[in-house]
Design a protein. Sequence first.
Length: 386
Amino acid sequence: MLNFEFHNPTKVLFGKGQIAKIKNEIPEGSKVLMVYGGGSIKKNGVYDQVTKALEDFEVVEFQGVPPNPEYAILMEAVKIVKDQNIDYLLAVGGGSVIDGVKFISSAAKFDGEDAWDILAKGIRTYEGVPFGTVLTLPATGSEMNSGSVITRAETKEKRTMGGPGLFPQFSVLDPEVVHSIPKRQIANGLVDSFSHVIEQYLTYPVAAKLQDRIAESVMQTLIEVAPKIMKDPSDYDAASDFMWSCTMALNGLLRMGTPNDWATHMMAHELTALYGIDHARTLAIIHPSHLRHNFEDKKEKLAQYGERVWGIRGGTIEEIAEQAIQKTEEYFHSLEIDTKLSAYTEDYEGTAEIIAKRFKERGWEGLGERKNVTPDDAAKIVSMSY
């Protein structure tokens, strides 16, 4: 097991009726900026619950964070924070809204001239405007980690940011919100969280037995609850397992003491930036090709995954590993998610070269757990995904 330091300060309030408790988590007298997306929270009852919980606070609302949180829109919120002396931020939404609030938190305290530098130059955030979250769409795990991904439409870029100052102080996870989520978004959440586990688990063995078992249990739970939650989002028990699995998939615990990959995410982000394809679906496009391209490096963990998660028995390591990739693709397909870029756009020719060029310009010469996925490798992987 590799050396590690683990610290996660986010307080989780899980279960029915927990939204009412946010009034106890925000410092008394705070001026709160409540940030949300397209307005679905006004249809499913979450908005009313949140505003009631905040009735003793001065609240300013900022609506309109898009599914891929857009830099220019978020900068409007940053201006409000500065101009109106906002003390506290509250993200009410899914991963995009929460990621957006993390950027607002960071940018409002940023001393530089151009807040985009936080992303473009990888500047870590050690202190931001404090914030909490009310999760309405399980998927990204952003409610219990310090990472964020922001899009800039004018340059068609999607970049990451993070730092110890960007953990939510608290997050409310009420599984009852799942009942109003469209089937497409539930499928996305299942794939996104499953992908997060893959990135931390399908690397190479380092004798981290507990982390392996936890990772495998998260994947097994997602596989088990997928048909239930897709069929009936109002199934509270299935929704609970779904929501908590999404959070556990990326709250930092699984990566402790283990090598991590994340090359798939870097390639997938580019597909979303270029074509506007849902993040989870770009992950489903890239994962199988990435696993096959780096088969020799990953086959031991792939075989372990095949045996423990999918119950594959018999055959060589290579045979079990290949069957495990096939099972992963079949899982994505069972959620009605295509795994080829050509299913989403007719304009895919040349995509591999564009992504390789961007990676070279950013100096990303070695991605993946072994730092050996070059821009040329990325081009081959993306081409395999057409």
